[in-house]
Design a protein around this ligand. Sequence first.
Ligand code: NAD
Ligand code: ZN
Length: 375
Amino acid sequence: MEVKKDRQTLKSKNIKMKGYRNFPMVPRVVFGSGCFDQLGDILMPQRKHSDAPIIFLVDDVFEGTELSKRIPSIFNDQIIFISAAEEPKTTQVDALVQLLKENFSELPSGVVGIGGGTLLDLAKAVAIVLTNDGGAAKYQGWDLVQKKSIYHVGIPTISGTGAEVSRTTVLLGPDKKLGINSDFTTFDQVLLDPDLTAGVPKEQWFYTGMDCYIHCIESLNGTYLNAFSQSYGEKALDLCNEVYLSNLTPEDSRNKLMMASWHGGMSIAYSQVGVAHAMSYGLSYLLGIKHGIGNCLVFQHLSEFYEDGVKGFNQMMKLHQIDLPTGICADLTDAQFDTMVTVAMGMVPLWENALGKNWRKTITPEKLKSIYQKI
Ligand code: NAD
Ligand code: ZN
């Protein structure tokens, strides 16, 4: 009886599901300073034979660095350096898959993404499209992927997005920015080596870390919240507060932010994000503003929705002397504001999580435009 009651509560909280969601988790994870050097051993049993390479997709910030020399590439493996200056696109995924199909007679043994959310998402998407025909855009949405993806490994070099643990890969497609959400998206293996994040520039460390902080605030204040999400969200929030508001050693700070990202990702797996993410999608779609900074630009103006969260955020900004850019939306036309508002209002589950089923009573196009105008 208890279970049934619980289930009704969840349903009444608008969690769309046939029963409870049964989602995959990363089955293998290694954590620890220097564990990157175990990658060769981890990959060895996955190698089908010497003609089926491992493809390493690596953030080009590492080109020519010590880390790139430590990549355990053997036989005909490929290391492909990719810029993270722009968020991943479906066309980029398709071009990479085509390149691999043209150059190798065999499917790769595996795909390894080394970088931030951008490279992790690319690796997930390439692994899917290698075995599923028709291009990446075809699979943007929920549970559209039919066939198991290629073995894929995620190695974050910056902490915050939770992309290492999530079952989505967010891509900019021809007509929408939307994730490939599927059971085949989640990594088969994640390698968490906090040392890899040592060189992240301060501003980027803040923006991507705040993605995690905002995941926690949106999850913990959402109507979809349940004990599963709460347990991860609270832990991640504590870790963010430690990292951004107390005086940790650099090593401790890297370790803790890496685990905050993981727990923050787990927290939204069974609930949803909220207002900042919905509006940040609008900014990103129209202006190409990246996820982390976009969330910060919106979140600073969301006191009426997340009063305590915004207070904490402002404290962190002050402590780390972060100045967010201003005047981003100053010269936009009405049509451009309309585009952002339409994209943001289209994120229905995010609004439902944030404000409940009757969210449209609070969120109108005028309301959203007035928030965008402050950015
Ligand atoms: P990113 O991958 O876009 O990288 C940001 C910048 O940091 C880049 O310039 C990159 O070169 C640099 N960088 C990364 N590691 C570095 C290092 N160790 N040293 C120096 N520079 C380094 O950053 P991100 O914020 O992690 O990812 C954003 C992307 O993640 C967006 O595309 C967003 O859509 C996606 N995302 C995905 C999920 C998901 O669940 N799949 C969740 C949130 C965000
Ligand atoms: Zn996010």
